[in-house]
Design a protein around this ligand. Sequence first.
Ligand code: SF4
Ligand code: SF4
Ligand code: SF4
Length: 274
Amino acid sequence: MCQWCVEHGDGKKWYLNTRNYITKELFDSKEEIRTAADMLLRDSERMFGIDMKKGFPLLDKPIIGRIVGRSVRKTIEKRERGQVIPVEEAKSILNNANMAALVSCVCRQSQLGITKAKYCLPFTYLADYGKEWPDCSKGGINYISIEEAKEAVEKAAHRGFVISVYGFPVPFVGGLCMCEYPSCMALKSRLDYGMDYLIRKSEFVASHDIDKCVGCGKCVGKCQFRAILLSRTLEKALFNIKECFGCGVCIYACEQNAISLVPRQQVPAVREEW
Ligand code: SF4
Ligand code: SF4
Ligand code: SF4
Protein backbone atom coordinates (compact mmCIF):
# COMPACT_ATOMS: atom_id res chain seq x y z
CA MET A 1 0.00 0.00 0.00
CA CYS A 2 1.16 3.51 -0.69
CA GLN A 3 1.83 6.14 1.95
CA TRP A 4 -1.65 7.65 1.49
CA CYS A 5 -3.20 4.28 2.40
CA VAL A 6 -0.93 3.93 5.41
CA GLU A 7 -1.82 7.41 6.63
CA HIS A 8 -5.48 7.59 5.69
CA GLY A 9 -6.74 4.10 4.96
CA ASP A 10 -7.49 2.65 8.43
CA GLY A 11 -6.21 -0.66 7.06
CA LYS A 12 -7.82 -0.18 3.63
CA LYS A 13 -6.81 1.75 0.57
CA TRP A 14 -7.25 5.47 1.22
CA TYR A 15 -9.90 5.79 -1.48
CA LEU A 16 -11.99 2.94 -0.09
CA ASN A 17 -12.09 4.28 3.45
CA THR A 18 -15.58 5.82 3.68
CA ARG A 19 -14.38 8.08 6.48
CA ASN A 20 -12.65 10.06 3.72
CA TYR A 21 -15.70 10.54 1.51
CA ILE A 22 -16.87 14.13 1.24
CA THR A 23 -20.16 14.55 3.10
CA LYS A 24 -21.80 17.91 3.60
CA GLU A 25 -20.57 17.93 7.19
CA LEU A 26 -16.99 17.27 6.10
CA PHE A 27 -17.28 19.87 3.35
CA ASP A 28 -18.63 22.50 5.76
CA SER A 29 -16.01 21.77 8.39
CA LYS A 30 -12.86 21.68 6.21
CA GLU A 31 -11.76 24.81 4.51
CA GLU A 32 -9.18 22.95 2.44
CA ILE A 33 -11.94 20.90 0.79
CA ARG A 34 -13.94 24.01 -0.10
CA THR A 35 -10.80 25.67 -1.48
CA ALA A 36 -9.83 22.65 -3.60
CA ALA A 37 -13.37 22.22 -4.92
CA ASP A 38 -13.72 25.90 -5.76
CA MET A 39 -10.35 26.10 -7.47
CA LEU A 40 -10.92 23.10 -9.64
CA LEU A 41 -14.60 23.23 -10.27
CA ARG A 42 -16.07 26.67 -9.84
CA ASP A 43 -13.29 28.46 -11.69
CA SER A 44 -12.78 25.65 -14.13
CA GLU A 45 -10.70 27.40 -16.76
CA ARG A 46 -8.12 28.48 -14.27
CA MET A 47 -6.21 26.16 -12.06
CA PHE A 48 -4.29 27.36 -9.06
CA GLY A 49 -4.56 30.89 -10.41
CA ILE A 50 -3.16 29.95 -13.84
CA ASP A 51 -5.13 30.32 -17.06
CA MET A 52 -4.86 26.76 -18.27
CA LYS A 53 -5.15 27.53 -21.97
CA LYS A 54 -2.41 30.14 -22.00
CA GLY A 55 -0.40 29.08 -18.99
CA PHE A 56 0.00 25.39 -19.58
CA PRO A 57 1.96 25.57 -22.87
CA LEU A 58 4.48 27.75 -21.02
CA LEU A 59 5.71 24.62 -19.31
CA ASP A 60 7.19 23.55 -22.65
CA LYS A 61 9.53 26.56 -22.66
CA PRO A 62 12.92 25.72 -21.18
CA ILE A 63 13.46 28.50 -18.61
CA ILE A 64 9.94 29.84 -18.16
CA GLY A 65 8.76 26.26 -17.89
CA ARG A 66 11.00 25.59 -14.90
CA ILE A 67 9.80 28.76 -13.16
CA VAL A 68 6.13 28.03 -13.85
CA GLY A 69 6.69 24.40 -12.83
CA ARG A 70 8.19 25.47 -9.49
CA SER A 71 5.29 27.84 -8.85
CA VAL A 72 2.72 25.16 -9.70
CA ARG A 73 4.53 22.70 -7.46
CA LYS A 74 4.46 25.17 -4.59
CA THR A 75 0.75 25.91 -4.89
CA ILE A 76 -0.42 22.43 -5.72
CA GLU A 77 1.57 20.17 -3.44
CA LYS A 78 -0.75 20.36 -0.50
CA ARG A 79 -3.92 20.41 -2.53
CA GLU A 80 -5.75 18.08 -4.85
CA ARG A 81 -3.89 15.10 -6.21
CA GLY A 82 -4.92 11.88 -7.79
CA GLN A 83 -4.14 8.25 -8.25
CA VAL A 84 -4.66 6.02 -11.25
CA ILE A 85 -7.06 3.17 -10.51
CA PRO A 86 -8.29 0.14 -12.46
CA VAL A 87 -12.00 0.00 -13.33
CA GLU A 88 -12.86 -2.52 -10.62
CA GLU A 89 -11.48 -0.17 -7.98
CA ALA A 90 -13.53 2.68 -9.47
CA LYS A 91 -16.63 0.53 -9.13
CA SER A 92 -15.80 -0.24 -5.52
CA ILE A 93 -15.45 3.48 -4.85
CA LEU A 94 -18.83 4.13 -6.48
CA ASN A 95 -20.37 1.45 -4.26
CA ASN A 96 -19.58 3.79 -1.37
CA ALA A 97 -21.15 6.84 -3.05
CA ASN A 98 -24.73 7.99 -2.74
CA MET A 99 -24.92 10.31 -5.74
CA ALA A 100 -22.88 10.99 -8.86
CA ALA A 101 -22.79 13.36 -11.81
CA LEU A 102 -20.96 13.81 -15.09
CA VAL A 103 -19.56 17.27 -15.83
CA SER A 104 -17.42 18.75 -18.58
CA CYS A 105 -13.79 17.76 -18.58
CA VAL A 106 -11.83 20.86 -17.63
CA CYS A 107 -8.68 19.68 -19.40
CA ARG A 108 -10.31 18.83 -22.72
CA GLN A 109 -12.23 22.09 -22.44
CA SER A 110 -9.13 24.23 -22.01
CA GLN A 111 -6.69 22.25 -24.18
CA LEU A 112 -8.93 21.09 -27.01
CA GLY A 113 -11.86 23.51 -26.80
CA ILE A 114 -14.28 20.61 -26.34
CA THR A 115 -17.02 21.58 -23.89
CA LYS A 116 -19.32 18.65 -24.33
CA ALA A 117 -16.93 15.91 -23.22
CA LYS A 118 -18.22 14.88 -19.82
CA TYR A 119 -15.46 12.81 -18.32
CA CYS A 120 -15.28 14.25 -14.82
CA LEU A 121 -17.37 12.32 -12.37
CA PRO A 122 -17.82 14.00 -8.99
CA PHE A 123 -19.75 12.00 -6.43
CA THR A 124 -21.16 12.20 -2.90
CA TYR A 125 -21.54 15.79 -1.72
CA LEU A 126 -19.27 17.19 -4.45
CA ALA A 127 -21.84 16.12 -7.03
CA ASP A 128 -24.48 18.11 -5.17
CA TYR A 129 -22.14 21.07 -4.84
CA GLY A 130 -21.86 20.90 -8.64
CA LYS A 131 -25.09 22.89 -8.85
CA GLU A 132 -23.05 25.85 -7.69
CA TRP A 133 -20.34 25.62 -10.37
CA PRO A 134 -21.45 28.02 -13.07
CA ASP A 135 -18.33 27.55 -15.21
CA CYS A 136 -17.99 23.86 -14.87
CA SER A 137 -21.62 23.43 -15.75
CA LYS A 138 -21.24 25.25 -19.09
CA GLY A 139 -21.82 21.93 -20.75
CA GLY A 140 -24.47 21.06 -18.16
CA ILE A 141 -24.37 18.70 -15.23
CA ASN A 142 -25.79 15.24 -15.81
CA TYR A 143 -26.92 13.62 -12.60
CA ILE A 144 -26.66 9.88 -13.02
CA SER A 145 -27.30 6.79 -10.93
CA ILE A 146 -24.44 4.89 -9.35
CA GLU A 147 -25.01 2.08 -11.84
CA GLU A 148 -24.77 4.56 -14.73
CA ALA A 149 -21.58 5.94 -13.23
CA LYS A 150 -20.08 2.44 -13.15
CA GLU A 151 -21.08 1.94 -16.78
CA ALA A 152 -19.48 5.27 -17.71
CA VAL A 153 -16.10 4.30 -16.25
CA GLU A 154 -16.24 0.86 -17.79
CA LYS A 155 -17.03 2.33 -21.20
CA ALA A 156 -14.25 4.90 -20.84
CA ALA A 157 -11.67 2.24 -19.99
CA HIS A 158 -12.75 0.21 -23.03
CA ARG A 159 -12.14 3.34 -25.10
CA GLY A 160 -8.63 3.49 -23.67
CA PHE A 161 -9.11 6.26 -21.11
CA VAL A 162 -7.24 6.08 -17.84
CA ILE A 163 -9.42 6.20 -14.72
CA SER A 164 -8.16 8.15 -11.71
CA VAL A 165 -9.51 9.02 -8.30
CA TYR A 166 -8.95 12.52 -6.99
CA GLY A 167 -8.63 13.87 -3.50
CA PHE A 168 -9.91 17.36 -2.74
CA PRO A 169 -7.22 17.29 -1.36
CA VAL A 170 -6.05 13.79 -0.45
CA PRO A 171 -7.43 12.01 1.54
CA PHE A 172 -10.86 13.54 0.88
CA VAL A 173 -12.31 11.44 -1.90
CA GLY A 174 -14.49 13.45 -4.25
CA GLY A 175 -14.31 12.45 -7.88
CA LEU A 176 -13.20 10.16 -10.66
CA CYS A 177 -11.70 11.27 -13.95
CA MET A 178 -11.49 9.51 -17.31
CA CYS A 179 -8.43 10.88 -19.00
CA GLU A 180 -6.30 10.84 -22.11
CA TYR A 181 -2.72 11.94 -22.54
CA PRO A 182 -1.79 14.60 -23.66
CA SER A 183 -4.99 16.61 -23.12
CA CYS A 184 -5.13 15.55 -19.48
CA MET A 185 -3.00 18.03 -17.62
CA ALA A 186 -2.35 15.72 -14.72
CA LEU A 187 -1.03 12.95 -16.97
CA LYS A 188 0.90 15.38 -19.15
CA SER A 189 2.41 17.10 -16.13
CA ARG A 190 3.58 13.81 -14.77
CA LEU A 191 4.81 12.27 -18.00
CA ASP A 192 6.32 15.33 -19.69
CA TYR A 193 7.24 17.63 -16.82
CA GLY A 194 8.11 15.16 -14.07
CA MET A 195 5.47 16.49 -11.68
CA ASP A 196 5.19 13.19 -9.86
CA TYR A 197 3.09 14.57 -7.04
CA LEU A 198 0.11 15.32 -9.31
CA ILE A 199 -0.90 11.79 -10.09
CA ARG A 200 0.28 8.62 -8.51
CA LYS A 201 0.55 5.13 -9.98
CA SER A 202 -2.12 2.62 -9.02
CA GLU A 203 -1.84 -0.04 -6.36
CA PHE A 204 -1.47 -2.56 -9.17
CA VAL A 205 0.88 -3.35 -12.00
CA ALA A 206 0.46 -5.28 -15.25
CA SER A 207 1.40 -8.94 -15.39
CA HIS A 208 1.97 -10.40 -18.84
CA ASP A 209 1.67 -14.10 -19.63
CA ILE A 210 4.20 -14.43 -22.42
CA ASP A 211 3.04 -17.95 -23.30
CA LYS A 212 -0.44 -16.69 -24.14
CA CYS A 213 0.82 -13.64 -26.04
CA VAL A 214 0.61 -14.00 -29.81
CA GLY A 215 2.36 -10.70 -30.54
CA CYS A 216 -0.64 -9.06 -32.20
CA GLY A 217 0.39 -5.67 -30.80
CA LYS A 218 -3.16 -4.55 -29.99
CA CYS A 219 -2.19 -3.60 -26.44
CA VAL A 220 0.73 -1.37 -27.45
CA GLY A 221 -1.18 1.69 -28.66
CA LYS A 222 -3.59 1.48 -25.73
CA CYS A 223 -0.92 2.18 -23.14
CA GLN A 224 -0.74 5.91 -22.47
CA PHE A 225 2.43 5.42 -20.43
CA ARG A 226 4.55 3.86 -23.17
CA ALA A 227 5.06 0.80 -21.02
CA ILE A 228 4.53 -1.75 -23.80
CA LEU A 229 6.70 -2.44 -26.82
CA LEU A 230 6.24 -5.01 -29.51
CA SER A 231 9.25 -7.20 -30.26
CA ARG A 232 9.16 -8.13 -33.93
CA THR A 233 11.93 -10.64 -33.31
CA LEU A 234 10.21 -12.43 -30.47
CA GLU A 235 6.72 -11.75 -31.83
CA LYS A 236 5.66 -10.88 -28.31
CA ALA A 237 4.71 -7.77 -26.40
CA LEU A 238 7.32 -6.63 -23.88
CA PHE A 239 6.11 -4.88 -20.73
CA ASN A 240 8.27 -2.41 -18.87
CA ILE A 241 6.70 -2.61 -15.44
CA LYS A 242 8.80 0.31 -14.19
CA GLU A 243 6.76 2.50 -16.55
CA CYS A 244 3.43 0.77 -15.92
CA PHE A 245 0.87 2.84 -14.01
CA GLY A 246 -1.44 -0.11 -13.41
CA CYS A 247 -4.44 1.40 -15.17
CA GLY A 248 -5.52 -1.93 -16.66
CA VAL A 249 -6.56 -0.41 -19.98
CA CYS A 250 -4.36 -2.79 -22.02
CA ILE A 251 -6.36 -5.73 -20.65
CA TYR A 252 -9.34 -4.72 -22.79
CA ALA A 253 -7.25 -4.81 -25.94
CA CYS A 254 -5.97 -8.34 -25.45
CA GLU A 255 -8.12 -11.05 -26.94
CA GLN A 256 -5.77 -13.76 -25.63
CA ASN A 257 -6.29 -12.90 -21.95
CA ALA A 258 -2.54 -12.56 -21.67
CA ILE A 259 -2.64 -9.49 -19.40
CA SER A 260 -3.83 -9.14 -15.82
CA LEU A 261 -3.14 -6.85 -12.89
CA VAL A 262 -1.37 -7.91 -9.73
CA PRO A 263 -0.95 -5.92 -6.52
CA ARG A 264 2.11 -3.66 -6.78
CA GLN A 265 3.18 -4.83 -3.32
CA GLN A 266 3.74 -8.34 -4.65
CA VAL A 267 6.29 -7.18 -7.23
CA PRO A 268 9.55 -6.24 -5.50
CA ALA A 269 10.91 -4.31 -8.53
CA VAL A 270 8.07 -1.77 -8.39
CA ARG A 271 6.82 -2.04 -4.83
CA GLU A 272 8.07 1.44 -4.02
CA GLU A 273 7.35 3.00 -7.41
CA TRP A 274 4.51 5.48 -7.14
S1 SF4 B 1 -8.26 14.95 -15.00
FE1 SF4 B 1 -9.05 13.85 -16.85
S2 SF4 B 1 -11.31 13.90 -16.84
FE2 SF4 B 1 -10.51 15.29 -15.24
S3 SF4 B 1 -10.51 17.23 -16.18
FE3 SF4 B 1 -8.47 16.42 -16.61
S4 SF4 B 1 -8.58 15.14 -18.49
FE4 SF4 B 1 -10.63 15.70 -17.83
S1 SF4 C 1 0.95 -1.57 -19.31
FE1 SF4 C 1 -1.28 -1.72 -19.25
S2 SF4 C 1 -1.76 -1.48 -17.07
FE2 SF4 C 1 0.34 -0.73 -17.38
S3 SF4 C 1 0.09 1.45 -17.73
FE3 SF4 C 1 0.13 0.48 -19.73
S4 SF4 C 1 -2.03 0.14 -20.23
FE4 SF4 C 1 -1.92 0.57 -18.03
S1 SF4 D 1 -2.79 -7.73 -27.08
FE1 SF4 D 1 -2.31 -9.57 -25.90
S2 SF4 D 1 -1.68 -11.07 -27.42
FE2 SF4 D 1 -1.60 -9.07 -28.42
S3 SF4 D 1 0.53 -8.40 -28.12
FE3 SF4 D 1 -0.65 -7.57 -26.42
S4 SF4 D 1 -0.43 -9.10 -24.78
FE4 SF4 D 1 0.18 -10.09 -26.69
